[in-house]
Design a protein around this ligand. Structure first.
Ligand code: FES
Length: 177
């Protein structure tokens, strides 16, 4: 019988596996060495080490604090907040930003809603729920107060952080945490 050594090219799946293993080995070797270089060229993170994220506009561009703070007291400015949730930032009477952001997501069925400055209420157009300026329910069918988030201004950066402490409106653990 003829003793034939087959020298076929690896099958597609074998080739893929070899490519994957080679790529993984290169990444494991070179990745750590390039990390400091990459960090130098990447712009400052939009996510803080403590889980905060920068407030952004509808295009995903961070909003400078001066742009929001140029609005008159009483303004509710809608930004993209944690996990991209639309969130209202409030300009207080002293011109500063409230440290509490109010998530624009109705606790009934999730509609977004406008701020009505004349009535000083958030008014959900879907089924008529009304919320006070702090996001507590004034009228259902919304069953729960609006979700809130911490807001902190550092220079031009507006940071939002998850709210996991007691909800100041109910005195209880937040329903979303
Ligand atoms: S979704 Fe807001 S009242 Fe129903």
């Amino acid at each position: 019988m003829e003793n034939v050594i087959r020298n076929d090219p690896p099958s597609l799946s074998r080739r893929r596996l070899l490519n994957f293993l080679t790529g993984s080995a290169v990444a494991a070797t070179v990745g750590p060495a390039l990390y400091p270089v990459a960090r130098f060229f990447i712009p400052p993170s939009e996510v803080s080490e403590s889980g905060g994220i920068l407030a952004k506009d509808i295009s995903g561009i961070p909003i400078p604090a001066s742009q929001i703070l140029a609005e008159p007291p009483g303004t509710r400015a809608l930004i993209a907040g944690l996990a991209g949730e639309p969130t209202y930032l409030t300009i207080q009477d002293d011109g500063s930003l409230s440290k509490i952001g109010i998530v624009d997501n109705c606790t009934h069925l999730g509609c977004t809603f406008p701020w009505n400055p004349a009535a000083q209420e958030f008014q959900c157009p879907c089924h008529g729920s009304l919320y006070a300026p702090d996001g507590s329910v004034l009228r259902g069918p919304a069953p729960l107060p609006l979700k809130i988030a911490h807001v902190a201004v550092e220079g031009e950066a507006i940071w939002l952080y998850p709210w996991s402490e007691i909800d100041p409106r109910t005195g209880k653990s937040p329903w979303w945490a």
